[in-house]
Ligand binder design. Structure first.
Ligand code: PLP
Length: 454
């Protein structure tokens, strides 16, 4: 191997010069970075050639799997034709315009427009500003406050981290910024007590109504939620939750924003998560599965209702150098062509999603598993100290780390949020790979049981 590229050298270079996102700096100093070199399907190979089953599709994004040469070829053609031009001041490029048409076509007529960004975080900042512009144009400039949920994740920019409900993010940088408020998350297993999931879903949705009352309807611009909270622990809301949220937003005249960055583009077996739950947002942020992570691109889908008001706004003083980047838009178009041609959304809905659900359910007999839930290819295994009483481990973070660490050491990449093990594989995962995944997780659970944690 090229001596400069061998993994030990790379790790040392990385340690000397690279600060990583969401990374324990002390831990990093001890272990250095693991350098990943190649991917194929749902498998990723490190620079020593060791294979890892990636049950997390990178970061919930590589929906079509690794190693799809078609994307590289399409991108190369566009690179050679026109590597960059901006979409400011009324110019566009063919890929950006065609992608706008394509991406809105999946919304069942709900969203007429899209504003492009390079990431989900930028998408969050974009709808946050557009929501305020919307109410200003309508002559209600006091409607500025935005309500989000605890443990939500909407990105790492200042507005994104503020809207997200992660305490450990708020603590670094005096967040949230002004004008952002949080209500609870619909996490029945942890907080449902004696309520049925249906009762609990209504209870949590009605926290929105109480918050609007507290702030004054005339001051609230919008509510935002991920259809299923991803990084917060794959929190699948009871069926009663979203219809009640939608009813409240309509009755109290506030915009409903769906963060579709994880749920969009087939993960739940529908083009968008709001379609799965049957509600109609006014705007929706997208990223990740839009290009399967092959190149960075995101955006905000905008309903006809909102677009019609923005059309009266005059100048919209917001945008990114790379909004609608032609090469990234080309990667997204090619990705969506593959998703359509291979029927991946339908595959998740009718075939591999139900198969994963059934396979995961077999884990519910395990002593340290309290509940298993999934929609499409987004799933969670809830760990429990005593499943009969829904008692959790004393240190839920540690329990999750034990299982995640064991799996990683045995070459399965999955993630944990506290004591929930999260699963989000590429949409092309085979049945055999699902079987292997579930078997590996079971070994991880056995290992946790052997630790005898309190
Ligand atoms: N919204 C959700 C639901 C996410 O999960 C993420 C990233 O994980 C984001 C927004 C932010 O996206 P990005 O990391 O592309 O900025």
């Amino acid at each position: 191997m090229d001596p400069v590229r061998n993994s030990e050298n790379m790790s040392a270079i990385d340690l000397a010069h690279h600060i990583h996102p969401f990374c324990d700096m002390k831990d990093m100093a001890r272990h250095g970075a693991q350098i990943m070199a190649r991917g194929e399907g749902i498998w990723i190979f490190d620079s020593q050639g060791n294979p890892y089953m990636d049950a997390f599709a990178g970061l919930w994004c590589v929906n079509i799997g690794y190693g799809r040469k078609e994307i590289g070829e399409a991108v190369m053609r566009q690179m050679n034709e026109l590597p960059y031009y901006n979409t400011f001041f009324g110019t566009s490029t063919q890929p950006a315009t065609l992608l706008a048409q394509k991406v809105t076509s999946y919304t069942q007529g709900l969203m007429s427009h899209v504003f492009f960004t390079s990431s989900g975080s930028e998408a969050t900042d974009t709808w946050f500003r557009l929501a305020r512009i919307y109410w200003k144009v309508l002559g209600q400039p006091s409607k500025k406050q935005v309500i989000a949920r605890r443990n939500a994740y909407h990105g790492s920019t200042v507005a994104g981290a503020s809207l997200g409900g992660m305490k450990h993010m708020h603590e670094q940088g005096d967040l949230p910024i002004e004008g952002i408020h949080h209500i609870g998350q619909p996490y029945w297993y942890a907080d449902g007590g004696d309520l049925t999931p249906a009762e609990f879903g209504l209870k949590m949705a009605r926290e929105l109504e109480a918050k609007i009352d507290e702030l004054g309807e005339e001051n609230v611009a919008a509510f935002v939620g991920e259809p299923i909270q991803g990084a917060g622990g794959v929190i699948i809301p009871p069926d009663t939750y979203w219809p009640e949220i939608e009813r409240i937003c309509r009755a109290r005249n506030i915009l409903l924003i769906a963060d579709e960055v994880v749920c969009g583009f087939g993960r739940l077996g529908s083009w968008f998560g709001h379609q799965h739950f049957g509600f109609k947002p006014d705007m929706a942020s997208i990223a990740k599965g839009l290009s399967s992570g092959y190149l960075p691109i995101g955006g905000v889908l905008i309903s006809e209702k909102v677009a019609a008001v923005l059309a009266e706004a005059g100048d919209i003083n917001h945008g990114y150098t790379y909004s609608g980047h032609p090469v990234c838009a080309t990667a997204a178009l090619e990705n969506l062509r593959i998703v359509e041609e291979e029927g991946l959304v339908e595959r998740v809905r009718d075939d591999i999603g139900p198969y994963l659900a059934q396979a995961l359910k077999t884990l519910e007999d395990h002593e340290v598993v309290g509940q298993v839930e999934s929609v499409g290819l987004l799933g969670a295994v809830q760990l429990a100290k005593d499943k009969s009483t829904r008692q959790r481990f004393k240190d839920p973070d540690r329990a999750g780390r034990v299982v995640r660490g064991f799996c990683y050491d045995h070459q399965l990449i999955m993630r944990a949020t506290a004591d929930r093990m999260l699963i989000s594989p590429a949409l092309i995962i085979s049945r055999e790979e699902v079987d292997g995944l579930v078997q590996y997780i079971r070994h991880g659970l056995d290992h946790l049981r052997e630790q005898n944690l309190d």
